[in-house]
Design a protein around this ligand. Structure first.
Ligand SMILES: NC(=O)c1ccc[n+]([C@@H]2O[C@H](COP(=O)([O-])OP(=O)(O)OC[C@H]3O[C@@H](n4cnc5c(N)ncnc54)[C@H](OP(=O)(O)O)[C@@H]3O)[C@@H](O)[C@H]2O)c1
Length: 283
């Protein structure tokens, strides 16, 4: 990387940020395309969020990724909001050209799944009803899923999210249920999306949300957890002969979308994936 007087700065705001995988992924992409950009991470205390956005504007920063705990709160400091980000109610990307917020987490998951199968007209079961589930569910609806069934331990949260997605008018059929009923929902499902943290390092031996005997060979199984790469759920999917989609792909494609928003250039996916795999120590 060759930082000059004219280098454009993009970055990440969150609290904490030091373990982020985004700087190596984006900087490898800027290097590969010879773009005069650098990506850095800023640890921003929640009390300092407004001054961080104002300061970034004054410093002519080009773009930010936004992570926990700022994804919802940051919206009040923006001038514009992408339509789906508005429905989701959370932003993970800011373009300072117009101080506009986007949510690329959901589209990242869709692009990961669409490496294996189209989302359009598919019946999708989504496990979990937190932030990742919300972002992904609205995008599943936008990309034409036939139905979405949201399953959660706290069923009220699943009902509320299902109600919000249904109210968006992007999709006709949104259901909710307890996650304990997952087996009965999987027989008719084309795609399973797991947004629970089950199986995430160091809890790699957690009981997965579903076992191989509940899956069928045509099922596509996406686990948002990316550390470890092969989670307990992905292992069960492989055992069942189902088609696995790895969490690293969501991380990759949400980054690629942000890159394209900031630079207007097509993201070098292979370069970004290689950098991500090296950082995560995945072959
Ligand atoms: N690959 C990527 O790029 C990417 C991006 C974002 C997030 N993620 C991953 O997605 C996961 C969820 O993130 P999030 O931000 O959505 O978290 P979150 O808002 O805290 O939501 C977590 C969800 O998981 C459920 N859950 C937690 N522990 C559970 C358990 N033991 N059994 C059953 N359900 C359980 C929660 O259910 P209750 O409501 O009942 O508590 C809730 O619905 C994390 O592992 C995160 O690393 C990956």
């Amino acid at each position: 990387m060759n930082i000059k007087g004219s280098t454009n700065i993009v970055g990440l705001i969150g609290h904490p940020v030091e373990h982020s995988f985004s700087p190596p992924m984006h900087n490898a992409a800027f290097d590969a395309l010879g773009l005069n950009y650098a990506y850095v991470a800023f640890d921003v205390n929640p009390n300092d969020l407004q001054s961080a956005i104002e300061g970034a504007t004054s410093l002519n920063i080009k773009g930010f990724n936004v992570t926990i705990p700022h994804k919802i709160e940051v919206i009040r400091h923006l001038d514009e909001l992408d339509d789906v980000a508005g429905l989701i109610g959370a932003v993970n990307t800011i373009d300072f050209k117009n101080l506009k917020g986007y949510n690329t987490d959901g589209i990242g998951a869709i692009k990961a799944i669409e490496e294996v199968t189209q989302v359009k007209d598919k019946n999708v079961v989504v496990a979990g009803a937190g932030g990742a589930s919300r972002a992904i569910s609205f995008y599943l609806a936008k990309f034409g899923a036939a139905s979405i069934t949201i399953l959660n331990r706290n069923v009220k949260k699943a009902q509320m999210l299902a109600g919000d997605v249904s109210a968006s008018d992007l999709i006709d059929e949104v259901k909710s249920d307890s996650i304990s009923q997952i087996t009965s929902h999987l027989s008719d499902a084309d795609i399973l999306v797991d947004t629970t943290p089950l199986g995430m390092d160091p809890h790699i031996d957690d009981e997965p949300i579903a076992k191989a005997d509940a899956m069928h060979e045509d099922l596509v199984v996406f686990d948002a957890v990316y550390n470890p790469n092969e989670t307990v759920l992905i292992k069960e999917a492989i055992k069942a002969g189902a088609k696995p989609v790895y969490g690293i792909k969501m991380l990759l494609y949400q980054g690629a979308e942000s890159f394209e928003i900031w630079t207007g250039k097509k993201a070098p996916i292979d370069v970004m994936e290689k950098a991500l795999r090296e950082t995560l120590n995945i072959e």
